[in-house]
Design a protein around this ligand. Sequence first.
Ligand SMILES: [Mg+2]
Length: 382
Amino acid sequence: MKNCDVLLCDLDAFFASVELLDNPSLKDKPVLVGGNPEGRGVVSTCSYEARKYGVRSAMPMKKALSLCPGAVVLKGRMWRYKEMSQQVRGIFEQFTPDIEVVSIDEAYLAVKEGLGLETGKAIHKKVRKELGLPISVGVSANKLLAKIACDQAKPNNVGMLWPAEVEEKLWPLPVRILPGIGPVNGSKLNNLGINTVRDLANYSREALVQLLGSHGETISSYAHGIDKRGFETEQEAKSISEETTFPEDIHDREAIQAVLLELAAGVGYRLRCAGIAARTITLKLRFKDFKTVTRSSTLPDTVCNDSDIYNAAKELFEKHCAKPPWRLIGIQASGLEQGSQMSLFSSSPEHEKEDKLTATKDKLRTKYGSEVLFHARRLKKK
Ligand SMILES: [Mg+2]
């Protein structure tokens, strides 16, 4: 993964967290989601409360209940977990189209180099605030280190582990921290006196291959924090969108244009963060009677700067706004293409000036969060 920061986003005790969310009376109780304790059921997820008793996922339900007799056992509602997983995915998509889904509660995200921590914190905050679910995020330059950073940060936290910190932070940890070293390989290594990742890193690659087979090669790289795996993102159509529902219906055209300007800035910022540009801009508009329309415009060139997105959306609004009041407005960017460079747009002095302004705004947003920038028009309105 060259020139990218990699995030591993992993929802904490996901199934149990969803059950707690839907049924707050379970809060602070040990909750086990999984199979029937009478049969051969196993625990698929346990709440952090249950983990205090030594319960772990994949443990037979019977054993879990003997460790934690007071636990609440739930069968699980896969449809509901899928629904929540989709919503989390929706939040990820607001930040980058480069998403590799690992499982229902885990995904790798790639963002522009240097924006990993900022994005990780923003995702953590959004998932907590909008969905009420605990999530942990690991940030690094490759998948391996992002995964370990996430494991170390758990629960409900954001952590980092950079290649330059491998000796200091990764080497003192036990070998079992590395993916691919389970109980069997772990005890094989321990029997040879290889206990920490540092021991492993100092062990010869050839000897490791002899001991662990072809897998030894990978493990040896991992011990040095090296992971060359790329991203396998889904091929489906991707988009980045932002929308606002008004607390009360809006009648004022100018006010709505000010909101459009802000939405365009939000979408533009995310496109630029992900290093992409959009060919299609879609406007979403909801009326007082809840009727919703979406109207798209495909542009001659891909766009990623705020004013191009705003102009396209504003044109759509003028054509399709019908009669006020409006209840919701949104902008979606799709037809995404890699490799947007700000310089691509510096074809005229005017554009060059705007690009500089945009770069400055992006720096401020990255530093202080997206809330910091209000458009003068919006302020004037207030
Ligand atoms: Mg998880």
